[in-house]
Design a protein around this ligand. Structure first.
Ligand code: GLU
Ligand code: MG
Length: 661
């Protein structure tokens, strides 16, 4: 979840006093890199996934499932292969926010061959296997978006005790030892976010009102040691949480793309933006928080609130005195501007005018300058004393410091220094699924969408106000069945090759688009399968696949993945969130009071572990959902690859795409 600089963390006061220094040098570093790398080109669109795992410990005698705070030693082992063979390791491992989390990516990115789609699931399986080998028999590596009883009583192994008046988070529910201890970044961010805000973060999620849920639902927080701060921050009829760990202790599935050049990266950043809410709703997997059923199906707003370090002034609650800007969003939120067209960036973009002018004066175009100047309205929230003074020609730590703590739906990533990596974009909203099959399916679907976008020169852009509105709808319980989303129906641009009889639209050059008839409200089902003249995402992918060279096994695998996406979109299969909610609601120990007790948590997670192991539940995943995933590329295809490698020697050299976790 960001840059892992080593060193001694400064206090918040000291970090704050260096904020302008970090910003000034961050911008210089960006400019230096930009000038060196603006023309860097790559021949193939590389991509790779990131999966965040949780270590869960079962006690079968007492029927409990807890989070095992074992990530540090497990990670040490997991990273051994990479350390011993830096150029050849099948998997790459990084720490994540919590002491029960690890993050895994493939050792090398995938490239332009269709056969690469067949490697994804196999590599995900290998990753899970690598973790599992290091765990005790009663421990399990789970890809759970949110641990249902996070912050409830003894939810960790070993047991930890929160310290409401002391330490980094001051949480009533989540002890500091639950934060990953192997790197100071995570604790420091937690403390500094709280101190910068001037109070604890306050996360309020609407509770699901069942027939026995008290109304209004108001918890007595004094039982947890509250001194009144939490009671004031907690909203009635909401599940209240009070620290970064409730958000950043959630897991997700992210995909990073390396574009051929900066222009393509900017285009992908824009074109994938309208897909963020759609993929969030399709991947919804987290209906339970702090042991209560919520009225939301996804983690998004929980994390957003969990790292909201804006002061009262910045949140518009007090007139500006100490701070410079009223800021409309948390650091973890949706994007505020497009990078390749301005007409649809119709929401308030808060940006630092001086930084904007500086970037412009150095030749950065308006849209990119605005984007960077927007990211740089934030303070650094962690700084290491050894890193204050840097060589701006060579280092990018100050730039990365601000960039990597803007956790937005999409991230635009300049090439890191001293690497051969190109311009990248990261797609960040998806929730992680229980099985490797599903995670591969969502990843492959998204990557195929990028191929469709680039091959057919399609345009998915809608006004950002509609993207934000879609995101708010995507959070909700059963969004996939209940909500409609604004989506573009005329996808073709002037450059699109003729793939269907459709009206050709002007792209968003210049003015604000007023042609509302480009957009329409559609269900996820319609977005995925088509409606009237709008072709649908899966039919577009099918058209693309028909045009490509593809081996039989990969084709079969992709078909299985598309079937999953199709069945989730149509409601034939449940989302993980719907399935989880139904499991709880039909459990004998559930008292219809919104509380998810320990025994239900145990049964739920045992069932999840069985599903992960391949014992699918037909409501979530049909038993027939099997791919032909493989850990290598068929020999005939390999020959083609070797030929391409010869033509493009960079192919083989590529290291990880994602240089920060
Ligand atoms: N775990 C975070 C999430 O669920 C993402 C952290 C990261 O940026 O890697 O969105
Ligand atoms: Mg991560």
């Amino acid at each position: 979840m960001g840059l892992l600089s080593e060193g001694s963390p400064l206090s918040w006061e000291d970090t704050k006093s260096h904020a302008d220094h970090v910003r000034t040098h961050g911008i210089i570093q960006f400019l230096n890199q930009f000038k060196k790398l603006r023309d860097r080109t790559k021949d193939v669109l590389y991509w790779g996934d990131e999966v965040e795992y949780m270590l869960v410990k079962f006690d079968h005698k007492n029927r409990t499932a807890k989070l095992s705070l074992n990530a540090l030693p497990v990670l040490d082992e997991l990273q051994k292969t990479e350390k011993e063979h830096p150029d050849n390791h099948p998997t790459t491992w990084r720490p994540e926010y919590a002491a029960y989390m690890v993050e895994g990516t493939p050792g090398k990115p995938y490239g332009g061959m269709m056969a690469h789609f067949n490697l994804v699931e196999s590599n995900m399986k290998l990753r899970r296997e690598e973790i599992r080998k290091l765990l005790a028999a009663d421990e399990y590596p789970m890809s759970l978006t949110a641990f249902p009883r996070l912050g409830c009583g003894n939810f960790t192994d070993p047991i930890t005790k929160p310290t409401p008046t002391d330490g980094a988070s001051h949480s009533l529910f989540y002890a500091d030892q639950v934060i990953f201890q192997g790197h100071p970044r995570f604790r420091t961010l937690t403390r500094n976010i709280r101190q910068r805000r001037g109070q604890k973060v306050a996360i309020n999620v609407p509770i699901f009102k069942d027939k026995n849920t008290p109304s209004p639902f108001i918890e007595d927080l004094s039982q947890y040691g509250d001194n009144g701060e939490s009671a004031k921050a907690a909203k009635p009829d909401h599940i209240y949480m009070d620290c970064m760990g409730f958000g950043m202790g959630c897991s997700c599935l992210q995909v990073t793309f390396q574009a051929c050049n900066i222009t393509e990266a900017r285009k992908l950043y824009d074109q994938l933006t309208p897909l963020c809410p759609i993929m969030l709703a399709l991947s919804a997997a987290s209906p339970i928080y702090r042991g209560y059923l919520s009225d939301l199906d996804t983690r998004w707003t929980v994390i957003s609130q969990s790292v909201d370090d804006r002061t009262d002034e910045e949140r518009g609650l007090k007139p500006l005195k100490e701070n410079k800007f009223v800021i409309n969003k948390s650091r973890y939120d949706s994007i505020d501007s497009y990078l390749s067209c301005s007409a649809y960036s119709n929401i308030k973009l808060v940006y630092d005018k001086d930084i904007f002018e500086k970037l412009k004066s150095e030749g950065i175009d308006d849209l990119l300058a605005r984007h960077i100047a927007h990211l740089f309205i934030r303070d650094p929230i962690s700084l290491f004393s050894e890193k204050i003074n840097q060589n701006d020609e060579e280092d990018t730590d100050h730039f990365e410091n601000i960039q990597s703590t803007n956790w937005q739906t999409m991230r635009f990533k300049p090439p890191p220094p001293h690497s051969n990596i190109g311009w990248r974009v990261e797609f960040r909203p998806m929730e992680v699924q229980l099985t490797d099959f599903e995670n591969a399916a969502y990843t492959v679907f998204l990557v195929l969408m990028t191929r469709v976008i680039l091959t057919f020169e399609l345009n998915f852009i809608i006004p950002l106000s509609n993207v934000d509105d879609n995101l708010r709808r995507a959070f909700k319980r059963d969004a996939i069945r209940e909500e409609k989303f604004c989506f573009r129906k005329d996808l073709l641009t002037d450059d699109s090759p003729p793939i269907a009889e459709q009206c050709v639209i002007d792209c968003c050059e210049g003015k604000t688009c007023t042609q509302q008839d480009h957009f329409t409200q559609m269900s996820i089902d319609e977005i995925i399968h088509g409606k009237d003249d709008y072709p649908g995402l899966i039919p577009l992918i099918d058209k693309y696949i028909d045009m490509t060279e593809i081996d039989v096994d990969t084709r079969c695998t992709i078909q299985q993945y598309l079937k999953l996406i199709s069945d989730r979109a149509s409601g034939k299969l449940k989302t993980t969130a719907q399935w989880t909610r139904d499991f709880v609601m039909s459990h004998a120990d559930y008292k219809h009071d919104s509380v998810v007790p320990e025994s239900v948590n145990y049964d739920l997670l045992m069932k999840c572990a069985q599903i992960t192991d391949g014992n699918f539940d037909p409501e979530l995943l049909p038993v027939s959902a099997k791919s032909k995933t493989s850990d290598n590329i068929p020999p005939a295809m390999r020959k083609v690859d070797a030929y391409l490698n010869k033509k493009n020697p960079r192919n083989g050299e590529m290291t990880m795409l994602n240089n920060s976790t």
